[in-house]
Each structure stands twice: as C-alpha cells, then as structure tokens.
Design a binder for this molecule. Structure first.
Ligand code: HEM
Length: 530
C-alpha cells in the first residue's frame, strides 16, 4: 500500500513537473507573428474574402516566412517560403499530415471517410497505398496512357467540330479520362452524363458544406445531437440530402464495375484491378473512396491547367510557334505526337513547367493540420493548428525565379550551361504525406493535351464586332482550385495537312462512342426501388 502511495506521489510530481514545463514553454514561446486579433473571435476580420494567396503572401514582407492568425481559437499558420514548407510539411510530416475536423462536412455528411478530409489514420494510409500502387509511380501511370491518348484524340475532333466550345470540351476530356481510369466508365457526350451530374452535385455540396462559418455545428459540434423536431435543426436534413449524393458518387460507379465484371465486359481500370484481389468488406469500402477521389481530385485541377495553357498560347504567339516548330521537327506532319516523343521535346516540357508556375491551380493547397505542439524558428505551433503552404508565393519568389511575372519557358532549359530554375512540380502538388497522389496522371494528361493540340491547332485572339483583336488576361478565380476566368479565343486547324490528319481521326474514332450512361441509369433506378 505504502509502495503504491509512493508511486502515486512520484507520478504526481513527474506529471506536475511535465505540465509546469509545458505551461512555462507556452508562456515563453510566442506564436508565429501576425496581426493583433480581437477578444473571442480573434482575427476573423483579417481573413481574406478572395485571392487568399495574394493576401497571405503580403504577410511575408510584414512578418517573415512564417506568420499566423487565430480565428475562434484555431491558429492558422501561413508558410510563405519553400524552406518552411519543406521543413514542416515534409521533414516533420509525421506531425503535419492531418486534415481539419469539420463536424458538418466531415462527420455528418461523410467527407471524412473520403481521402480529401480523411484524418491521418490507418484508413488514410490504406487509401494512399492503393492509389500509389495503382497510379503513383511512372510505371503504374504508364498503363493508362492509351486511355489518355485516345480521349485526347476525341477532344481534338470535338474542338474541330465545335470550336466555340473549347473550355467545356477540356472539362469533358478530363472527366472522360478520369472515369475511364478509375472505373472503366465511358461518359455520355451528347447529353449530360448522369454520373458526372451526380459527382458535380456532390462537389457543389462539398463547397457549400465547407464554407467557413456557414454552419453553427462546426463551432458547436454538440448541436448534431439536437432532436430533429427542434427549431433550427434544418441543417440535419441538409446533411442527410448531401450524404445521399456523396454515397451515390462512391457506390454507383463501384456497382457499375461489379456489374461489368460479372457480365465479363469490364474495361481495365483502377477499380477492376483492385477488385480482382479478393478484398474484405473494409478494404472494399476504402477502395471505393480511393477510386472516387480520382475524378474529384483530378477534373478541376487538370482542366484548369489545360485552360491556362491555351490562354498562354494566345498571349504568347512566339512561344506557341516555337513549340510547334519543335513538334514538327520531331513528329513531322502526318501523325500526332504521343507520350513517347516527350523526351525529344525539351521546349514543350519547359512550356509545361512554365504553365504550372504561371497559373498555380491550387495556390494555397489544402490545409494540413498539426497533431502535436511543435516549435519552429523559435515560434510555437500548437496542436490542432491549420498549416497552409503558399505555393503561389513560391512561384513568384525572386530567390527561385528571374523576372517571375514574365511567361518565360526558357528559364527551365539547360542550354548553353544555363542552370534551370526551380521545377514548379516541387511545390504545386502540395507537400509531404498529403502530396497530390495524382501527380503522374496529371503530368501525362496535361503534356499529351498540349502536344496534340499544338500539333493540329493554332490559337489566336478573337476579334470584336469592329474587327479589333481582343487581348485576354490571366484572371484567376478564387477558391481552393483556381481556374483562369473564361476568355475569348480563336482556334483554327494549323494547315491543310492538319485538316487531313484530323479527318483521318474521324474515320478511326466515332465522335460519339457508345456510353455507359444507360447502365448507370438502370443501376440508379434499381437503387431507388430497393
Ligand atoms: C495539375 C493537376 C493537379 C494539381 C496542380 C494538383 C494539386 C494538388 C494539391 C496542391 C493537393 C493538396 C496537397 C497537400 O495537401 O499538400 C492535391 C491533393 C489531392 N489531389 Fe491533386 N492535383 C492535380 C491533379 C490531380 C489528379 C489528376 C488527381 C487524381 C487522379 C488528384 C487527386 C488528388 C487527391 C485525391 C488529393 C487529396 C490527397 C490527400 O488529402 O491525401 N490530383 N492535389
């Protein structure tokens, strides 16, 4: 008994010393600098309403590469240098790989089961492992190149037939590629595809559900337990509706693959490859969410990058011509370029990098969340902080880039002893264990679209009613994924040779391949009956 008391006393002494030391540290170590907040709500009025990355980048001049604000008790840490991003989000990734807990979007609707909001856990690791094995390496991604090349050919045909629909056709191509890769699903191109409609609705609902401050339950999580009949509990109905859409985006395409495999007509895909491995029910659930993350993570980002590429070609016709000349010299005039030509197209590779740097489509990435207290450069980063790396700031950093405001692919070439500047793929895909799992697919999809499009089209400025050229501008939209605001353009076949080349595609590929929309409709209807 007395030994027990001694142990207890010892334990209490150690515990109080430990706590005392922590409180002492907390008192002594300041948070990363930032503007002074007001009681209770903190810096809520310092949060930017748009162009977050430009707003936060100004903090670098004011406070240095690491700064912070506090909103309703949560510390938001802003990293405005590549070194800080690498040190915290990569070298210390065991601490900085969580995502914020969002009671409404994450728990009530179910987004925390999907990769994007999944906590750093076994489920997260299992999803990332499946994605890495299925497409994370160059060799794995290689197996999807035929799909990317075929869908890009369809894109060329569609743009030729309806040149005013360039931007919507970019999105159609990207969606078609990703659903073919994830589930072997062929989208409908003549009327709105039912699967794409459902996924787009889920994306809109995600946006609504994750609006900061829009849902009281995110501040007071106990509200989820209020009974349905209570006034003010309408958010529960909204959550139920959004949850159904989210479940559909995960379950419907999965059932489509199961049915195609049973009918022995499944196209090879990420899902069908994993399903052949006799997974248990937990692994199947994880795999469904991993597959669903491909369209969700890839469509907007890849479309925005390709759209920025076309805009750059309109604004910089000399660069367009130089890239076309390089393609002509390597590929000739009688076939389309393929991914195999890539190593022989250094200038086009440089244009690709410059597009990624010129318009950073995920300028602030997705917030990481820290799981323990940490100290960096003499500042305390408390557990539960949201940590964001400003990729846009890095893209404009003069210590990495000469004249960063200019569109200058040459900066990435190694001709005549020139040392290439920092490859933007180092930071535009995020950092550490949360780094984008679709890098390889994004890299090849964008390159193929650039090479094939430049080989057959010439991009130029549109003209107004009086015949004057309209010069578009790069105006990014705000938000997690930033698109160039839509712009005017003129797109034409490059020459009579390219007209013949495009016509030959028409005879090789039907413009409207038979889609899987009908099967999906049936699966959806069956779902309604059950
Ligand atoms: C140019 C195209 C793309 C860009 C610029 C991009 C960028 C990013 C960035 C910045 C992140 C956040 C990383 C972080 O938190 O540190 C991310 C995450 C993610 N990306 Fe991409 N991405 C692109 C294409 C793709 C593609 C093609 C896919 C799927 C095939 C994809 C799937 C995802 C997923 C699922 C996540 C969440 C990862 C996680 O939370 O663990 N992305 N991406």
């Amino acid at each position: 008994m007395s030994t027990l008391t001694n142990y207890t006393t010892l334990l209490l002494v150690v515990l109080s010393l430990f706590l005392g030391q922590r409180v002492w540290r907390w008192r002594r170590t300041p948070f990363p600098p930032g503007p002074r907040g007001i009681p209770l709500v903190g810096n809520i009025f310092d949060l930017p309403k748009k162009y977050e990355w430009i707003h936060w980048a100004k903090y670098k001049d004011m406070y240095g590469p690491i700064s912070s604000v506090s909103v309703m008790g949560t510390r938001i840490v802003l990293l405005n240098s590549l070194d800080a991003c690498i040190e915290l989000l990569e070298r210390r990734s065991s601490i900085y790989s969580n995502r914020p807990v969002l009671p409404f979007a994450g728990e009530m609707i179910g987004w925390s089961r999907q990769l994007i909001l999944c906590q750093y856990s076994d489920r997260f690791r299992a999803m990332r492992k499946m994605l890495f094995g299925g497409m994370g390496t160059k060799a794995a991604a290689q197996s999807f190149v035929p799909i990317q090349e075929l869908e890009t050919r369809y894109f060329l045909l569609r743009v030729t037939n309806s040149p005013t629909e360039l931007l919507s056709n970019i999105r159609l191509m990207t969606g078609a590629i990703l659903l073919k890769i994830s589930h072997g699903y062929t989208i409908e191109t003549q009327y709105p595809d039912p699967l794409i409609n459902t996924i787009n609705t889920a994306a809109d609902e995600f946006h609504t559900a994750t609006q900061p401050g829009a849902w009281l339950i995110d501040t007071f999580p106990w509200l989820q337990y209020v009974p349905d009949w209570m006034p003010g509990s309408g958010f529960k109905k909204v959550a139920q509706k959004f949850r159904k859409t989210l479940d559909d985006t995960t379950n419907l395409p999965h059932r489509f693959v199961e049915k195609s495999m049973l009918d022995k007509n499944a196209s090879p895909s990420f899902t069908s490859a994993l399903l052949s491995n006799n997974l248990d029910s937990n692994e199947i659930d994880i795999m469904k969410c991993a597959s669903a993350s491909l369209y969700g993570g890839g469509t907007d980002t890849v479309s925005a990058t390709i759209s920025a590429f076309f805009l750059a070609m309109i604004l910089y016709p000399d660069i367009q011509r130089k890239a076309q000349l390089e393609i002509d010299q390597v590929v000739g005039y009688h076939r389309l370029p393929t991914l195999e030509d890539r190593d022989q197209l250094p200038y086009l590779n440089a244009v690709h990098k410059e597009v990624l740097r010129w318009h950073v489509v995920g300028p602030m990435g997705i917030p990481h969340c820290s799981t323990t207290d940490d100290e960096y450069e003499g500042y305390l980063i408390p557990k539960g902080s949201l940590v964001m790396g400003n990729a846009w700031q890095i893209s404009q950093d003069e210590s990495h880039y000469s004249t960063p405001a200019s569109f200058m692919p040459e900066r990435f070439l190694s001709d005549d002893g020139h040392i290439p500047e920092l490859d933007p793929r180092r930071y535009v895909f995020g950092f550490g264990r949360r780094r984008c799992p679709g890098i390889e697919l994004a890299d090849t999809s964008v390159f193929i679209a650039m090479a094939m499009s430049l080989s057959v089209f010439v991009l130029g400025k549109a003209k107004d009613q009086d015949g004057f050229e309209i010069t578009p501008e790069l105006k990014p939209t705000s938000g997690t994924v930033s698109h160039p605001v839509s712009y005017e353009y003129n797109i034409q076949p490059r020459s009579s040779d390219t007209v013949i080349l495009i016509q030959s595609l028409q005879s090789e590929h039907p413009l409207h391949p038979k889609s899987d929309a009908e099967t999906l409709h049936k699966l959806k209807a069956g779902d309604g009956d059950s």
